[in-house]
Design a protein around this ligand. Structure first.
Ligand code: ZN
Length: 239
């Protein structure tokens, strides 16, 4: 895992496919730093912390969660900082915090269609011992939006429509024209990859109105606003 400097105040750690570790963002102002997403495990979060230490970057004061999916949230229990998530994200995390984590319980959830094979496979790749999985909600909830003054740099946390997950938050840094988007442009993996075209269109319109140049997705390289909009447009152009 590498730490990439994208702009003077913006960094991120690269995603890892095998264990489905997503991008973890880092936004640095004069007053404080902010982390985007908590990682898929304590080990993932600690790898992020170690990279910050190696590059002599200050520890973030808070962590913003983009959506409830395990790979973005199962590191929450290890966080030393406050975490912020949309109310619907926390609702899902509270549900999952009651789940039992064992080989048998995971197999049962697959059989009942409560969890999906992709998540199950990646969790087993990330965790040598699945009984060590701990799920916790974020410490604070975002109703709709929230703005964080980092000192010369602002993090605007906005709840936008998404076909991937209805609790999605993006982190917009207007001074750098950069937007952390999590998996917001994806389809719904938990509904067999179904894509809600109404929500895709609403997202397209919301993104059109935001003044950013680069989007940082959860599982691939940053891309231009134009490429992101083109990607969404292919689904809605003949509606
Ligand atoms: Zn996701």
């Amino acid at each position: 895992m590498q730490l990439v400097k994208l702009a003077p105040h913006i960094y991120y750690t690269e995603p890892e496919q095998k264990t489905d570790r997503p991008v973890l963002g880092y936004i640095l102002g004069d007053k404080r730093a902010v982390m985007v997403d908590a990682g898929n495990s304590k080990a993932h979060y600690e790898a992020y912390q170690n990279l910050l230490e190696k590059h002599q970057l200050q520890i973030p004061e808070m962590c913003i969660i983009t959506h409830w999916h395990w790979d973005h949230t199962f590191g929450i229990h290890a966080l030393k900082q406050k975490s912020f998530a949309h109310v619907n994200t926390n609702r899902r995390l509270k549900e999952m915090s009651l789940w039992e984590w064992s080989d048998a319980a995971m197999k049962d959830r697959l059989r009942l269609g409560i969890d999906i094979p992709f998540a199950d496979t990646c969790m087993r790749a990330e965790y040598e011992d699945v009984t060590s999985i701990q799920v916790m909600p974020a410490s604070q909830e975002i109703q709709n939006e929230m703005s964080i003054d980092c000192g010369g740099i602002t993090c605007q946390c906005l709840h936008l429509p998404s076909a991937h997950s209805d609790d999605s938050i993006v982190v917009y840094v207007p001074e750098e024209k950069i937007l952390f988007i999590g998996d917001i442009y994806g389809d719904d993996l938990y509904q067999k990859g179904k894509r809600d075209l109404g929500k895709t269109q609403e997202l397209y319109l919301a993104l059109t109105e935001l003044d950013f140049e680069i989007a940082v997705p959860g599982h691939s390289e940053p891309l231009s606003k134009e490429r992101l909009l083109d990607f969404l447009w292919q689904f809605i152009s003949d509606e």
